[in-house]
Design a binder for this molecule. Structure first.
Ligand code: DX5
Ligand code: ZN
Length: 226
């Protein structure tokens, strides 16, 4: 299975970073029942980004039931030396791995490594990184390009409006079969603009999990794209 099978024209991806970890299973289940299929799993190492977030141990706990329900886990590696972690992500049940172009000297090798481990693969870039640098790495053979609309690290930050321009530029530089994904600060009022700029995959943490009714919050985002 591949990104082209997972994305239903557009795809809203709940970011588990913002979940209540005491209720992680129930929250994932509620979102699966609401129609979510792709879950975003943020790995932060305390070096590439300030916080240590979640990693392969949590991933391996949730992967079996996410897969049993037809869901997939999209792992965003906000880490130095992503090559060191890619095999562990695959072993823990990740379906796709996205590494940062700023974190490796050899994106082509990281893409090849992910492929050897049977993973779909994405390339992410920070707001300060030239779009052309990111696009060149994506063109080494990635399936998806992740445009950060915040500085990576924390959930709950404000969307940077200039991300819209970067999304558009990225869309123009990449062939149509490569999806553009956007991550950070998305909510009901700006998700459509990100879509119009060229993104098809939308990561949402606080816009879903900092709500009382998760299924409703998820569906409202999907609806805002229709
Ligand atoms: C943070 C992560 C994001 C985060 C997004 O850097 O990469 O995936 O969970 O959270 P929100 O949607 O709250 O900005
Ligand atoms: Zn992320």
């Amino acid at each position: 299975m591949a990104w082209r099978d997972w994305v239903r024209v557009v795809e809203v991806e709940p970011s588990l970073y913002a979940a209540n970890f005491a209720e992680l299973g129930e929250q994932i289940e509620a979102l699966l029942n609401a129609g979510a299929r792709v879950f975003h799993f943020d790995v932060g190492d305390g070096h590439f980004v300030e916080p240590i977030t979640i990693g392969p141990i949590v991933l391996s706990s949730i992967a079996p039931f996410v897969h049993a329900r037809g869901g997939v886990l999209d792992c965003h590696l906000m880490v130095e030396n992503p090559e060191r972690h890619i095999p562990q992500i695959a072993a823990a049940g990740g379906d796709s791995v996205t590494f940062h172009v700023e974190a490796t000297p050899d994106p082509a090798a990281a893409i090849a490594l992910a492929r050897r481990h049977g993973l779909q693969v994405g390339v992410a870039f920070k707001p300060q990184t030239p779009v052309a640098t990111a696009a060149a790495a994506v063109l080494e053979g990635a399936d998806i390009a992740l445009c950060m609309s915040i500085d990576p690290g924390y959930s709950g930050q404000e969307f940077m409006p200039d991300a819209l321009e970067r999304i558009g530029e990225l869309r123009r530089l990449l062939p149509p079969h490569v999806f553009v994904q956007v991550d950070g600060g998305l909510h009901n009022e700006n998700i459509r603009a990100a879509h119009e700029a060229g993104a098809a995959v939308f990561v949402a943490g606080s816009a879903i999990f900092v709500r009382e009714d998760l299924p409703r919050a998820y569906r409202r985002l999907v609806h805002a794209l229709s």
